[in-house]
Design a protein around this ligand. Structure first.
Ligand SMILES: C[S@@+](CC[C@H](N)C(=O)[O-])C[C@H]1O[C@@H](n2cnc3c(N)ncnc32)[C@H](O)[C@@H]1O
Length: 293
């Protein structure tokens, strides 16, 4: 309890960026550098007001981008709980999905079953996507700032190459991300996600507050997703710590260019408007040669 309290107040200890980086290095155990969301599992969905609404809007955004091909088969290679994969399957795409986390892969399997959607799911590292063999898809997708959880920019570039390798000639690689450097520049160290009532067995329902506490380092931001529930008059904290690279749209565009992708474009999060510098962006680029006119 005391240890939690110390960690929770850590983001308020304002220092310079190098100091933050040293704090991050001390606080994050090695294994968290892997970026797997195995610890969060299905709690991930409770970070959002409505995961179902988000699933619909994320799929609509991606659909605006990939229907230009037109695309039928899609691989979501950092699927999490399926916020993009499930939404795209509901729009009648033939969706395959993978993640490095067993809990996440299971979450997608059970959501697909619940919603009677057919999604082929595998455990696979986006750096290689080896479990998909030589299969190629019309579009490969990584949404929700997933590439930012990787260990380095080199790994982000490697992930983009591996996505391109699993995309058919003329198909699209699509990466949705968040520019956390803009959040850092606005000094938004605390973000309240909201209050909900959770069922606690014999206690009935108890209120639970969710907030993100952010510790801005030099090259990464540490985000502590924190759930505070009120039980027997006590605030009981539960938190999941994630470390994310600062990745701008320009960084992803560089990765696309390095992977030899063409017709690279960047939109806002709706997939509808040209990117004008907001936090969230979607980059897309084509694999292979320009079509002959
Ligand atoms: C921020 S979550 C986003 C999930 C989902 N795309 C969404 O928007 O809700 C990042 C996901 O990437 C997964 N991940 C992290 N490292 C990975 C890797 N090397 N290969 C595949 N998935 C990875 C995590 O387990 C997690 O499910």
């Amino acid at each position: 309890m005391a240890e939690e309290a110390v960690n929770i107040v850590a983001p308020f200890v304002i220092g310079n960026a190098e100091e933050y980086e040293r704090v991050l290095a001390r606080q994050l155990p090695e294994d968290q550098a892997s970026g797997s969301y195995d610890d969060i599992g299905t709690s991930f969905d409770t970070l959002f007001g409505s995961a179902d609404d988000l699933t619909v809007s994320e799929a609509e955004s991606l659909d605006r981008i990939i229907r230009q091909l037109p695309a039928r088969t899609v691989l979501d290679c950092t699927c999490g709980t399926g916020i993009q994969a499930v939404g795209l399957a509901a729009l009648n795409y033939v969706v395959s999905a993978s993640d490095i986390s067993t809990a996440m892969v299971q979450a997608v399997e059970s959501k697909a079953r619940e919603k009677s959607l057919d999604i082929e799911v595998r455990l696979s590292d986006v750096l290689h996507l080896a479990e998909w063999g030589a299969q190629c898809f019309d579009a490969t997708v990584s949404g929700g700032n997933s590439l930012a959880v990787l260990s380095s920019r080199d790994d982000v570039f490697q992930a983009i190459r591996s996505m391109a390798n699993r995309t058919r000639d003329g198909g699209l690689v699509v990466v949705g991300g968040r520019d956390y450097a803009l959040v850092r520049d606005r000094q938004e160290a605390v973000y309240g996600r909201g209050l909900r009532l959770v069922s606690e067995g014999v206690l009935g329902t108890v209120p639970e507050w969710t907030l993100d506490l952010r510790l801005f380092g030099v090259s990464r931001v540490q985000v502590r997703h924190t759930f505070l529930s009120l039980r027997d008059g006590l605030l009981v904290p539960r938190s999941f710590v994630k470390s994310l690279l600062y990745l701008s749209a320009a960084d992803i565009v560089s990765g696309f260019a390095a992977a030899g992708l063409r017709n690279i474009s960047v939109t806002d999060i709706t997939g509808e408007h040209e990117y004008a510098g907001g936090d969230w962006y979607i980059c897309s680029g084509r694999v292979g040669d320009e079509p002959q006119s």
